[in-house]
Write a protein that binds this ligand. Structure first.
Ligand SMILES: C[S@@+](CC[C@H](N)C(=O)[O-])C[C@H]1O[C@@H](n2cnc3c(N)ncnc32)[C@H](O)[C@@H]1O
Length: 398
């Protein structure tokens, strides 16, 4: 049953209204699958459901996310058929967790927060499992060197948590940041802390030429340009041209001018004959490192995805390396923790490309323990307050 067109006044703890919001959440849950991720389905259903206030839409979203976050605790029936009961149980578990996280043992968190197949690819540590059941933190990236000035005008922000990301601010408020004048004039981007770390590990210099080979909607392209002081040449490519269109809109708002966007399918035919000082391959991956922010993906990702994406990543790295000038740097980043995609791909790449040598990453001292070799860095949720990320870098022999 859909909600009335006009919102009626809602009393506190109104069981009838709560049941209506749950019905919308259940409608969303019935439509979610591998091809239809929860956030996209939510946007569609909330747009159809007239009569819901903004905060009620937020409550529905919370129920959908709670369901997927606590799905490993639900009975089979609650997880598949009696979704209303599943939503109520997930809400109860979420409330208990925010009151008393220690009432959940490490053992149960490790067993239930992710599907069983994951242990063959990732060591499920207590700190990762605990982070998966907690709300993610929201990170902003100020223009390079302008963080403190931004913090004086924007409310509810605190400086970031690592020396590697000097422009990061954590946002702890409730306002829609997209509507702030600072966002609209390009003074900051909403960007996860680990994604910001990737830009700093590339460390592009003003005047250099860089290729962001899997640029998507340009999160890292904008960062590379900012670090280059808008000077030098940046190519941004992706196989999805709709993503490049969004990149262009974002670049205009952020006043990024030193870039060219061009499609690239990932094959041997490159978008340009330019030889670059640096190439970033922020490759498509299973996204296991984003499961705190995106709990639906825990249950829709399959082990076969990991293998398939690892093969694509290796192909992209080998093809993109051809665009480097001698002495140029290749940076590989993936927001996943699966061995096959991360260290597995890095080892296979080194075996196949003997002309590519490990290149030290500019890792700051506070992250030394996260760097098993000078050219690699692991950002693990639970130990680091951003998405899970693996980064490796190589240099093309002269
Ligand atoms: C992790 S996302 C990139 C995110 C982006 N760098 C950012 O920071 O916003 C990976 C991107 O790779 C693109 N992609 C997937 N397969 C590809 C391929 N074979 N060749 C080129 N790009 C590909 C996807 O369209 C997606 O935009």
């Amino acid at each position: 049953m859909s909600l009335p067109n006009e919102p009626r006044r809602r009393r506190a703890d109104d069981p009838e209204w709560d049941a209506r919001l749950r019905r919308v959440a259940v409608k969303v849950l019935r439509l979610c699958d591998r091809e239809h991720p929860a956030d996209a389905v939510l946007r569609g259903v909330l747009a159809e459901e007239r009569g819901l206030s903004r905060s009620e839409g937020g409550e529905v979203a919370q129920m959908v996310f709670n369901f997927h976050r606590w799905r490993g605790w639900l009975g089979d029936d609650q997880a598949t058929a009696d979704l209303d009961s599943g939503v109520r149980e997930a809400n109860r578990l979420e409330a208990r967790h925010s009151r008393s996280p220690s009432s959940f043992t490490d053992e149960e968190l490790i067993q239930r927060s992710v599907p069983p197949w994951v242990v063959s690819e990732v060591e499920v540590t207590p700190s990762w499992a605990r982070s998966l059941q907690s709300p993610p933190r929201l990170w902003l990236r100020a223009r390079h060197g302008k963080r403190d000035a931004l913090a004086r005008t924007l409310y509810d922000v605190v400086p970031g948590a690592t020396q590697l990301c000097p422009d990061a601010l954590e946002y702890q408020g409730q306002t829609d940041l997209h509507r702030t004048p600072e966002f609209q004039s390009g003074e900051f981007e909403i960007q996860d802390l680990s994604s910001q770390a990737v830009g700093h590990l590339c460390a592009p210099a003003p005047g250099e030429s860089w290729w962001d080979a899997c640029a998507g909607e340009g999160g890292k392209t904008l960062h590379l340009s900012d670090l280059m002081g808008n000077k030098g040449m940046l190519w941004a490519s992706d196989r999805a041209s709709w993503r490049l269109k969004k990149l262009k809109q974002r670049a205009a708002r952020a006043r990024v001018f030193n870039y060219r966007a061009a499609p690239w399918e990932g094959g041997v035919r490159l978008p340009t004959k330019t030889l670059f000082h640096g190439v970033l391959v922020d490759a498509p991956c299973s996204g296991i490192g984003t499961w705190q922010r995106n709990p639906h993906a825990r249950w829709s990702t399959l082990p076969a995805d990991v293998q398939e994406l690892a093969a694509i990543q290796l192909q992209l790295l080998c093809n993109a390396a051809a665009a480097l000038r001698p002495g140029g740097r290749l940076v590989y980043s993936v927001c996943t923790l699966a061995r096959a995609e991360t260290t597995g791909v890095a080892s296979a790449f080194e075996a196949r490309m003997p002309g590519m040598r490990p290149s030290n990453l500019p890792v700051t001292l506070d992250l030394a323990a996260a760097s098993p070799a000078p050219h690699q860095l692991w950002l693990r949720p639970g130990d680091f307050p951003g998405n899970g990320m693996f980064v490796s870098a190589w240099v093309k022999a002269s």
